[in-house]
Design a protein around this ligand. Structure first.
Ligand SMILES: NC(=O)NCCC[C@H](N)C(=O)O
Length: 340
């Protein structure tokens, strides 16, 4: 059960460890059923998941959160509700059905079809993907269509919708709709923007989208929410590694400062490897000055910069030198010394 219809939203994230009141999660859908040994790696999965089991586990998890008084919003429902508005539907359809993605002839037909599709079914298509046989007879003059087999994807599935934290991140009352580093996840932003722009739940929620809510190609200034930790007291920590680049981090920091959403950003360099894909892969904040750390992440070797609203980013060296005295083992991260 979701209460997304209730139009009062307590929106904002002010720390990693405060009380959770509202959460957006995605219940695994058809996109997970569509993972195969052949396409898993391209869709950024190490293996094929047991989708039915994932759904059961998801339902239990959501139930536990509800039991603690958390209002749980299911992303696919939010998307369907946003697509039920005229503005939301045309916003999404225009951006998904482009000539570049499908060729002009098929794009035109898909646009007409999707504008006329039931919102819940369309939300399922936009997340779960579409194979040729889902659509019946289409594409009279389209070579792109004719060249597809019955089981080929017309529209690829987005199985990483599961990782809701990555595509949209809240920092205080600021939202970044993140330009994703991998092509397999880039379409997630269209779905997320559709929800934030067109779902009535967010209409009066008093937040500002500070990054990514446009049709620009932001690469190489990519940014993923798993790299963003809201430490508290106006400080955000951003990992830079395989997915988030220094340019993406700087763009976010500048927008956060301009909007008064943060007073400090700590940028932490991560090894560019899958095992340290995001900051939240290696560090989890569990109390005001306590993190659980991935043991193979060499904290002492990590370079850290402090960015301030004057537009400067300065590397932080703890007293005695970075290697001589690993700050991360002695001080809470939000207590880093100010650079000289
Ligand atoms: N924040 C996270 O832990 N995100 C995990 C993302 C995994 C996903 N398969 C990806 O490669 O993007």
């Amino acid at each position: 059960m979701t209460t997304s219809q209730d139009l009062t939203l307590r929106a904002g994230i002010h720390s990693e460890i405060g009380r959770l009141r509202e959460v957006v999660v995605h219940r695994p859908g058809r996109e997970l059923d569509r993972l195969t040994p052949d396409n898993a790696a391209g869709l950024l999965f190490d293996d094929v998941l047991w989708a039915e089991r994932a759904r059961r586990e998801h339902d239990e998890f959501a139930g536990v959160m509800r039991g603690h008084g958390v209002r749980v919003h299911l992303f696919e429902e939010l998307l369907a509700q946003a697509l039920a508005t005229d503005g939301g539907r045309s916003f999404a359809v225009e951006r998904v059905c482009t000539g570049r993605r499908f060729g002009a002839a098929l794009a035109r037909e898909l646009r007409a079809l999707f504008l006329d599709t039931d919102p819940a079914l369309l939300a399922g298509y936009l997340i779960g993907g579409v194979v040729k046989s889902d659509l019946g007879t289409l594409g009279g003059g389209s070579v792109a269509w004719q060249s597809l087999g019955a089981d080929d994807f017309v529209l690829a599935p987005l199985p990483n919708t599961l990782f809701q934290r990555d595509n949209a991140a809240w920092i205080g009352r600021a939202v970044a709709v993140n330009p994703m580093a991998r092509a397999a996840r880039s379409r997630e932003s269209i779905n997320t923007r559709t929800v934030y722009r067109h779902h009535p739940l967010f209409a009066g929620a008093g937040f500002e989208i500070v990054y990514g809510d446009d049709d620009l190609d932001h690469a190489p200034a990519t940014l993923e929410g798993g790299d963003i930790h809201v430490i508290g007291d106006g400080v955000a920590m951003v990992g830079m590694g395989e997915r988030t680049t220094p340019m993406g981090m700087e763009a976010l920091a500048r927008r956060l400062f301009e909007g008064g959403h943060a007073r400090r950003v700590l940028a932490v360099e991560l090894p560019k490897a899958r095992s340290t894909m995001h900051l939240d892969t290696v560090l989890t904040m569990v109390d005001v000055a306590t993190f659980v750390a991935y043991p193979y992440f060499d904290q002492a070797a990590a370079r850290v910069w402090l960015l301030t609203p004057d537009g400067r980013g300065r590397e932080c060296h703890p007293a005695g030198g970075r290697r001589a005295r690993p700050w991360s083992r002695r001080r809470p991260l939000h207590d880093l010394p100010h650079p000289a």
